[in-house]
Design a protein around this ligand. Sequence first.
Ligand code: CTP
Length: 399
Amino acid sequence: MLAGKRVLLIIGGGIAAYKCLDLIRRLKERGAAVTPVLTRAAQEFVTPLSVSALAGEKVYTDLFDLTGEAEMGHIQLSRVADLVLVAPATADLMAKMAGGHADDLASTLLMATDTPVMIAPAMNVRMWEHPATRRNLATLLGDGVRLVGPNAGDMACGEHGPGRMAEPLEIVAAVETALGDGLLRGKRVLVTSGPTHEPIDPVRYIANRSSGAQGTAIAAALRDLGAEVIFVTGPADVVPPQGVQVVAVETARQMLEAVEAALPADAGVFAAAVADWRVARETASKIKKKNGQLPVLEFAENPDILATVAQRAKGRPALVVGFAAETDDVVAHATAKRARKGCDWIVANDVRPETGIMGGSENAVVLITEDGAETWPRLSKPEVAARLAERIAGVLAGN
Ligand code: CTP
Protein backbone atom coordinates (compact mmCIF):
# COMPACT_ATOMS: atom_id res chain seq x y z
CA MET A 1 0.00 0.00 0.00
CA LEU A 2 1.10 3.52 -0.71
CA ALA A 3 -1.26 5.43 1.55
CA GLY A 4 0.09 8.84 2.46
CA LYS A 5 2.90 8.66 -0.12
CA ARG A 6 3.36 11.21 -2.87
CA VAL A 7 4.95 10.40 -6.22
CA LEU A 8 6.23 13.16 -8.47
CA LEU A 9 5.68 11.53 -11.86
CA ILE A 10 7.77 12.96 -14.70
CA ILE A 11 6.34 11.76 -17.99
CA GLY A 12 8.87 11.75 -20.83
CA GLY A 13 8.14 11.99 -24.52
CA GLY A 14 7.81 8.46 -25.81
CA ILE A 15 5.00 6.30 -27.11
CA ALA A 16 4.97 4.49 -23.74
CA ALA A 17 3.66 7.71 -22.18
CA TYR A 18 0.15 6.37 -22.78
CA LYS A 19 0.83 3.66 -20.16
CA CYS A 20 1.25 6.43 -17.59
CA LEU A 21 -2.48 7.04 -17.60
CA ASP A 22 -2.97 3.52 -16.28
CA LEU A 23 0.06 3.90 -14.00
CA ILE A 24 -1.51 6.97 -12.36
CA ARG A 25 -4.73 5.03 -11.74
CA ARG A 26 -2.84 2.10 -10.21
CA LEU A 27 -0.78 4.34 -7.95
CA LYS A 28 -3.90 6.17 -6.81
CA GLU A 29 -5.79 2.90 -6.20
CA ARG A 30 -3.07 2.06 -3.68
CA GLY A 31 -3.45 5.35 -1.90
CA ALA A 32 -0.59 7.36 -3.42
CA ALA A 33 -0.98 10.97 -4.47
CA VAL A 34 0.51 11.74 -7.87
CA THR A 35 1.91 15.12 -8.94
CA PRO A 36 2.36 14.92 -12.71
CA VAL A 37 4.95 16.76 -14.77
CA LEU A 38 4.95 16.51 -18.55
CA THR A 39 7.94 17.31 -20.74
CA ARG A 40 7.23 19.22 -23.92
CA ALA A 41 7.64 16.02 -25.98
CA ALA A 42 5.33 14.07 -23.63
CA GLN A 43 2.53 16.47 -24.54
CA GLU A 44 2.71 15.10 -28.11
CA PHE A 45 1.70 11.69 -26.73
CA VAL A 46 -0.70 12.44 -23.87
CA THR A 47 -2.59 15.62 -23.08
CA PRO A 48 -2.21 17.55 -19.82
CA LEU A 49 -6.00 17.40 -19.54
CA SER A 50 -6.20 13.58 -19.44
CA VAL A 51 -3.22 13.31 -17.07
CA SER A 52 -4.69 15.92 -14.76
CA ALA A 53 -8.13 14.29 -14.82
CA LEU A 54 -6.68 10.94 -13.75
CA ALA A 55 -4.28 12.35 -11.17
CA GLY A 56 -6.90 14.73 -9.83
CA GLU A 57 -4.16 17.34 -9.58
CA LYS A 58 -2.67 20.19 -11.54
CA VAL A 59 -0.21 19.14 -14.22
CA TYR A 60 3.09 21.00 -14.41
CA THR A 61 4.63 21.50 -17.83
CA ASP A 62 6.69 24.63 -17.87
CA LEU A 63 9.53 25.90 -15.73
CA PHE A 64 8.22 29.42 -16.05
CA ASP A 65 4.75 28.41 -14.81
CA LEU A 66 6.35 28.18 -11.43
CA THR A 67 7.63 31.70 -11.10
CA GLY A 68 4.28 33.31 -10.25
CA GLU A 69 3.69 34.26 -6.64
CA ALA A 70 0.76 31.89 -6.36
CA GLU A 71 2.72 28.89 -7.68
CA MET A 72 5.07 26.52 -5.97
CA GLY A 73 8.72 27.12 -6.94
CA HIS A 74 10.58 24.32 -8.71
CA ILE A 75 12.75 23.59 -5.69
CA GLN A 76 9.69 23.12 -3.54
CA LEU A 77 7.94 21.05 -6.21
CA SER A 78 10.96 18.76 -6.47
CA ARG A 79 10.85 18.07 -2.74
CA VAL A 80 7.18 17.53 -2.03
CA ALA A 81 7.32 13.91 -3.08
CA ASP A 82 8.55 10.73 -1.39
CA LEU A 83 9.78 9.50 -4.77
CA VAL A 84 10.44 11.05 -8.16
CA LEU A 85 9.43 8.58 -10.85
CA VAL A 86 10.48 9.14 -14.47
CA ALA A 87 8.26 7.12 -16.79
CA PRO A 88 8.88 6.73 -19.61
CA ALA A 89 12.53 7.66 -19.16
CA THR A 90 13.60 8.31 -22.75
CA ALA A 91 17.21 8.05 -23.93
CA ASP A 92 17.28 11.84 -24.03
CA LEU A 93 15.95 12.27 -20.50
CA MET A 94 18.45 9.72 -19.20
CA ALA A 95 21.27 11.58 -20.97
CA LYS A 96 20.12 14.87 -19.46
CA MET A 97 19.96 13.31 -16.01
CA ALA A 98 23.40 11.71 -16.34
CA GLY A 99 24.85 14.97 -17.64
CA GLY A 100 23.21 17.12 -14.99
CA HIS A 101 21.29 19.34 -17.44
CA ALA A 102 18.57 21.67 -16.20
CA ASP A 103 17.04 23.32 -19.25
CA ASP A 104 13.37 22.52 -18.76
CA LEU A 105 11.04 21.80 -15.88
CA ALA A 106 11.61 18.01 -15.77
CA SER A 107 15.41 18.16 -15.84
CA THR A 108 15.47 21.05 -13.38
CA LEU A 109 13.30 19.13 -10.91
CA LEU A 110 15.58 16.11 -11.27
CA MET A 111 18.62 18.26 -10.50
CA ALA A 112 16.96 20.02 -7.58
CA THR A 113 15.40 17.04 -5.84
CA ASP A 114 16.72 15.48 -2.68
CA THR A 115 14.25 12.58 -2.75
CA PRO A 116 14.94 9.13 -4.25
CA VAL A 117 14.58 8.89 -8.02
CA MET A 118 13.39 5.90 -10.05
CA ILE A 119 13.46 5.57 -13.83
CA ALA A 120 11.36 3.32 -16.07
CA PRO A 121 13.25 3.50 -19.37
CA ALA A 122 11.48 3.07 -22.70
CA MET A 123 13.15 3.35 -26.06
CA ASN A 124 14.04 1.51 -29.22
CA VAL A 125 16.30 -1.50 -28.61
CA ARG A 126 19.22 0.04 -30.54
CA MET A 127 18.97 3.18 -28.47
CA TRP A 128 18.86 1.10 -25.26
CA GLU A 129 21.93 -0.84 -26.33
CA HIS A 130 23.82 2.20 -27.59
CA PRO A 131 27.08 2.73 -25.69
CA ALA A 132 25.95 6.25 -24.75
CA THR A 133 22.81 4.90 -23.05
CA ARG A 134 24.83 2.14 -21.35
CA ARG A 135 27.21 4.79 -20.03
CA ASN A 136 24.37 7.03 -18.89
CA LEU A 137 22.62 4.14 -17.17
CA ALA A 138 25.80 3.16 -15.33
CA THR A 139 26.22 6.79 -14.21
CA LEU A 140 22.64 7.02 -13.01
CA LEU A 141 22.79 3.72 -11.13
CA GLY A 142 26.06 4.85 -9.59
CA ASP A 143 24.27 8.02 -8.45
CA GLY A 144 21.74 5.84 -6.64
CA VAL A 145 18.91 6.14 -9.16
CA ARG A 146 16.63 3.09 -9.05
CA LEU A 147 15.73 1.21 -12.18
CA VAL A 148 12.58 -0.66 -13.18
CA GLY A 149 12.59 -2.49 -16.52
CA PRO A 150 12.87 -2.16 -19.39
CA ASN A 151 11.35 -5.40 -20.62
CA ALA A 152 12.13 -7.29 -23.79
CA GLY A 153 9.44 -7.76 -26.41
CA ASP A 154 7.85 -6.31 -29.53
CA MET A 155 8.06 -2.56 -29.73
CA ALA A 156 5.86 0.09 -31.22
CA CYS A 157 8.61 0.78 -33.79
CA GLY A 158 8.34 -2.79 -35.09
CA GLU A 159 11.61 -4.05 -33.60
CA HIS A 160 12.11 -6.66 -30.91
CA GLY A 161 14.35 -6.67 -27.83
CA PRO A 162 14.85 -4.89 -24.53
CA GLY A 163 13.51 -1.34 -24.42
CA ARG A 164 9.78 -1.66 -23.67
CA MET A 165 8.73 0.24 -20.61
CA ALA A 166 7.88 -1.99 -17.63
CA GLU A 167 4.15 -2.56 -17.23
CA PRO A 168 2.28 -0.23 -14.84
CA LEU A 169 1.86 -2.97 -12.22
CA GLU A 170 5.57 -3.79 -12.32
CA ILE A 171 6.35 -0.11 -11.81
CA VAL A 172 3.87 0.06 -8.92
CA ALA A 173 5.58 -2.98 -7.32
CA ALA A 174 8.98 -1.29 -7.66
CA VAL A 175 7.57 1.90 -6.13
CA GLU A 176 6.13 -0.13 -3.26
CA THR A 177 9.53 -1.75 -2.69
CA ALA A 178 11.25 1.63 -2.79
CA LEU A 179 8.80 3.30 -0.45
CA GLY A 180 7.74 0.35 1.61
CA ASP A 181 9.53 -1.38 4.38
CA GLY A 182 12.02 -3.17 2.12
CA LEU A 183 12.24 -6.92 1.71
CA LEU A 184 15.47 -7.09 3.70
CA ARG A 185 14.47 -4.77 6.54
CA GLY A 186 15.85 -6.21 9.77
CA LYS A 187 18.37 -8.46 7.96
CA ARG A 188 22.10 -8.12 8.41
CA VAL A 189 24.21 -8.90 5.36
CA LEU A 190 27.98 -9.02 5.11
CA VAL A 191 29.64 -8.18 1.78
CA THR A 192 33.34 -8.51 0.95
CA SER A 193 34.62 -6.55 -2.02
CA GLY A 194 37.68 -5.36 -3.92
CA PRO A 195 41.17 -6.80 -4.17
CA THR A 196 43.53 -7.41 -1.31
CA HIS A 197 47.06 -6.04 -1.24
CA GLU A 198 49.72 -8.34 0.11
CA PRO A 199 52.87 -6.45 1.08
CA ILE A 200 56.32 -7.46 -0.09
CA ASP A 201 58.11 -4.64 1.70
CA PRO A 202 56.98 -1.18 2.88
CA VAL A 203 56.62 0.12 -0.70
CA ARG A 204 55.67 -2.90 -2.82
CA TYR A 205 52.73 -5.26 -2.79
CA ILE A 206 51.03 -8.02 -4.74
CA ALA A 207 47.53 -7.21 -5.99
CA ASN A 208 44.99 -8.11 -8.67
CA ARG A 209 42.84 -6.25 -11.18
CA SER A 210 39.59 -6.21 -9.19
CA SER A 211 38.04 -2.71 -9.12
CA GLY A 212 35.49 -3.53 -6.42
CA ALA A 213 32.69 -2.34 -8.72
CA GLN A 214 30.58 -5.51 -8.48
CA GLY A 215 30.86 -5.87 -4.71
CA THR A 216 30.08 -2.18 -4.23
CA ALA A 217 26.99 -2.45 -6.44
CA ILE A 218 25.84 -5.50 -4.47
CA ALA A 219 26.20 -3.66 -1.16
CA ALA A 220 24.15 -0.75 -2.57
CA ALA A 221 21.45 -3.07 -3.93
CA LEU A 222 21.14 -4.87 -0.58
CA ARG A 223 20.96 -1.51 1.20
CA ASP A 224 18.21 -0.44 -1.21
CA LEU A 225 16.17 -3.44 -0.09
CA GLY A 226 16.50 -2.30 3.50
CA ALA A 227 19.31 -4.57 4.71
CA GLU A 228 21.88 -3.50 7.27
CA VAL A 229 25.06 -3.97 5.24
CA ILE A 230 28.55 -4.50 6.60
CA PHE A 231 30.88 -3.80 3.74
CA VAL A 232 34.38 -5.19 4.19
CA THR A 233 36.46 -3.80 1.37
CA GLY A 234 40.03 -4.10 0.21
CA PRO A 235 41.73 -1.17 -1.54
CA ALA A 236 39.20 -0.75 -4.38
CA ASP A 237 39.05 1.79 -7.22
CA VAL A 238 35.42 2.71 -6.60
CA VAL A 239 34.10 4.59 -3.58
CA PRO A 240 32.04 2.59 -1.07
CA PRO A 241 28.28 3.19 -1.16
CA GLN A 242 26.55 5.56 1.24
CA GLY A 243 24.42 4.12 3.99
CA VAL A 244 26.45 0.97 4.66
CA GLN A 245 28.93 0.19 7.42
CA VAL A 246 32.35 0.30 5.76
CA VAL A 247 35.30 -1.67 7.13
CA ALA A 248 38.41 -0.92 5.08
CA VAL A 249 41.15 -3.55 5.07
CA GLU A 250 44.25 -4.24 3.04
CA THR A 251 45.30 -7.87 3.33
CA ALA A 252 43.45 -11.20 3.21
CA ARG A 253 44.23 -11.83 6.85
CA GLN A 254 42.78 -8.46 7.85
CA MET A 255 39.73 -9.21 5.73
CA LEU A 256 39.14 -12.51 7.52
CA GLU A 257 39.48 -10.80 10.87
CA ALA A 258 36.99 -8.08 9.88
CA VAL A 259 34.55 -10.67 8.54
CA GLU A 260 34.68 -12.75 11.71
CA ALA A 261 34.19 -9.63 13.81
CA ALA A 262 31.11 -8.72 11.73
CA LEU A 263 29.36 -12.08 12.26
CA PRO A 264 26.64 -13.10 12.96
CA ALA A 265 24.88 -12.15 9.76
CA ASP A 266 21.84 -13.48 7.92
CA ALA A 267 23.77 -13.69 4.67
CA GLY A 268 27.32 -13.27 3.45
CA VAL A 269 28.26 -12.28 -0.08
CA PHE A 270 31.95 -12.84 -0.78
CA ALA A 271 32.66 -10.77 -3.85
CA ALA A 272 36.24 -9.85 -2.95
CA ALA A 273 39.07 -11.01 -5.17
CA VAL A 274 41.20 -12.20 -2.29
CA ALA A 275 44.86 -12.88 -3.02
CA ASP A 276 45.45 -16.60 -2.65
CA TRP A 277 49.02 -16.09 -1.54
CA ARG A 278 50.99 -13.59 0.43
CA VAL A 279 54.73 -13.14 0.65
CA ALA A 280 55.88 -15.38 3.46
CA ARG A 281 58.26 -12.85 4.98
CA GLU A 282 57.40 -9.21 4.46
CA THR A 283 60.55 -7.20 5.02
CA ALA A 284 60.52 -4.22 7.36
CA SER A 285 62.70 -2.15 5.04
CA LYS A 286 62.66 -1.70 1.28
CA ILE A 287 64.38 -4.50 -0.64
CA LYS A 288 67.35 -2.90 -2.39
CA LYS A 289 68.64 -3.74 -5.85
CA LYS A 290 71.88 -5.68 -5.63
CA ASN A 291 74.16 -6.02 -8.61
CA GLY A 292 72.74 -8.83 -10.77
CA GLN A 293 71.15 -10.55 -7.81
CA LEU A 294 67.42 -11.08 -8.15
CA PRO A 295 65.23 -11.25 -5.05
CA VAL A 296 63.46 -14.53 -4.46
CA LEU A 297 60.00 -14.26 -2.97
CA GLU A 298 58.64 -17.14 -1.00
CA PHE A 299 54.87 -17.39 -0.71
CA ALA A 300 52.51 -18.57 1.99
CA GLU A 301 48.85 -19.45 1.45
CA ASN A 302 46.25 -16.97 2.65
CA PRO A 303 43.23 -18.12 4.66
CA ASP A 304 40.19 -18.86 2.51
CA ILE A 305 37.64 -16.44 3.94
CA LEU A 306 34.64 -17.82 2.06
CA ALA A 307 35.41 -21.44 2.97
CA THR A 308 36.10 -20.52 6.59
CA VAL A 309 32.71 -18.84 6.97
CA ALA A 310 30.77 -21.37 4.86
CA GLN A 311 32.14 -24.26 6.91
CA ARG A 312 31.62 -22.76 10.35
CA ALA A 313 29.86 -25.20 12.60
CA LYS A 314 28.30 -22.39 14.61
CA GLY A 315 27.16 -18.99 13.46
CA ARG A 316 27.17 -19.73 9.74
CA PRO A 317 25.00 -17.21 7.86
CA ALA A 318 21.82 -18.82 6.51
CA LEU A 319 22.93 -17.99 2.99
CA VAL A 320 26.58 -17.92 1.88
CA VAL A 321 27.28 -16.65 -1.62
CA GLY A 322 30.71 -16.97 -3.18
CA PHE A 323 32.09 -15.75 -6.47
CA ALA A 324 34.23 -17.62 -8.94
CA ALA A 325 36.57 -15.82 -11.27
CA GLU A 326 37.43 -18.31 -14.00
CA THR A 327 39.22 -18.19 -17.31
CA ASP A 328 38.03 -21.54 -18.73
CA ASP A 329 35.31 -24.18 -18.15
CA VAL A 330 33.41 -21.64 -16.07
CA VAL A 331 30.44 -23.82 -15.07
CA ALA A 332 32.46 -26.95 -14.29
CA HIS A 333 35.04 -25.09 -12.23
CA ALA A 334 32.43 -23.00 -10.42
CA THR A 335 30.29 -26.04 -9.63
CA ALA A 336 33.32 -27.81 -8.17
CA LYS A 337 34.21 -24.63 -6.25
CA ARG A 338 30.72 -24.47 -4.72
CA ALA A 339 31.16 -27.98 -3.32
CA ARG A 340 34.74 -27.45 -2.24
CA LYS A 341 34.06 -24.23 -0.38
CA GLY A 342 30.75 -25.35 1.12
CA CYS A 343 28.82 -22.24 0.07
CA ASP A 344 25.19 -22.16 -1.08
CA TRP A 345 25.58 -20.23 -4.32
CA ILE A 346 28.43 -19.32 -6.59
CA VAL A 347 28.21 -16.33 -8.88
CA ALA A 348 30.62 -17.36 -11.61
CA ASN A 349 32.16 -15.12 -14.20
CA ASP A 350 34.54 -15.44 -17.07
CA VAL A 351 37.44 -13.11 -16.38
CA ARG A 352 39.45 -13.72 -19.55
CA PRO A 353 40.82 -10.27 -20.55
CA GLU A 354 38.80 -10.28 -23.81
CA THR A 355 35.51 -10.32 -21.84
CA GLY A 356 36.43 -6.93 -20.31
CA ILE A 357 34.67 -7.98 -17.10
CA MET A 358 37.45 -7.54 -14.57
CA GLY A 359 37.71 -3.79 -14.10
CA GLY A 360 34.87 -3.20 -16.61
CA SER A 361 31.33 -1.92 -16.13
CA GLU A 362 29.44 -5.06 -17.18
CA ASN A 363 29.25 -8.63 -16.00
CA ALA A 364 28.05 -11.88 -17.54
CA VAL A 365 27.41 -14.34 -14.75
CA VAL A 366 26.28 -17.88 -14.24
CA LEU A 367 24.54 -18.47 -10.93
CA ILE A 368 25.32 -21.91 -9.54
CA THR A 369 22.91 -23.17 -6.90
CA GLU A 370 22.00 -26.62 -5.67
CA ASP A 371 19.54 -26.73 -8.59
CA GLY A 372 22.23 -26.26 -11.22
CA ALA A 373 23.57 -23.48 -13.41
CA GLU A 374 21.57 -20.45 -14.49
CA THR A 375 23.09 -18.22 -17.16
CA TRP A 376 22.22 -14.53 -16.84
CA PRO A 377 22.45 -12.14 -19.78
CA ARG A 378 25.33 -9.69 -19.92
CA LEU A 379 24.19 -6.81 -17.73
CA SER A 380 25.70 -3.76 -16.08
CA LYS A 381 27.22 -4.56 -12.69
CA PRO A 382 24.45 -2.65 -10.83
CA GLU A 383 21.83 -4.67 -12.74
CA VAL A 384 23.56 -7.93 -11.76
CA ALA A 385 23.63 -6.62 -8.20
CA ALA A 386 19.93 -5.76 -8.19
CA ARG A 387 19.01 -9.22 -9.46
CA LEU A 388 21.22 -10.93 -6.94
CA ALA A 389 19.84 -8.81 -4.09
CA GLU A 390 16.28 -9.74 -5.11
CA ARG A 391 17.26 -13.42 -5.10
CA ILE A 392 18.86 -13.09 -1.69
CA ALA A 393 15.73 -11.33 -0.42
CA GLY A 394 13.67 -14.22 -1.82
CA VAL A 395 15.56 -16.64 0.42
CA LEU A 396 15.89 -14.50 3.54
CA ALA A 397 12.35 -13.15 3.49
CA GLY A 398 11.17 -16.72 4.16
CA ASN A 399 13.44 -17.09 7.20
N1 CTP B 1 37.94 -16.30 -1.52
C1 CTP B 1 38.13 -16.05 -0.18
N2 CTP B 1 39.37 -16.16 0.37
C2 CTP B 1 40.43 -16.52 -0.39
C3 CTP B 1 40.26 -16.79 -1.78
C4 CTP B 1 38.99 -16.67 -2.31
O1 CTP B 1 37.16 -15.71 0.51
N3 CTP B 1 41.62 -16.61 0.18
C5 CTP B 1 36.58 -16.25 -2.06
C6 CTP B 1 36.34 -15.14 -3.06
O2 CTP B 1 35.85 -13.99 -2.41
C7 CTP B 1 35.29 -15.76 -3.95
C8 CTP B 1 35.62 -17.24 -3.92
O3 CTP B 1 36.39 -17.44 -2.76
O4 CTP B 1 33.99 -15.61 -3.40
C9 CTP B 1 36.32 -17.80 -5.10
O5 CTP B 1 37.42 -17.04 -5.43
P1 CTP B 1 38.36 -17.50 -6.64
O6 CTP B 1 39.55 -16.60 -6.67
O7 CTP B 1 37.59 -17.67 -7.89
O8 CTP B 1 38.73 -18.95 -6.19
P2 CTP B 1 39.99 -19.56 -5.52
O9 CTP B 1 39.65 -19.96 -4.13
O10 CTP B 1 41.14 -18.65 -5.70
O11 CTP B 1 40.14 -20.88 -6.36
P3 CTP B 1 41.03 -21.18 -7.68
O12 CTP B 1 42.39 -20.64 -7.38
O13 CTP B 1 40.96 -22.65 -7.78
O14 CTP B 1 40.34 -20.50 -8.81
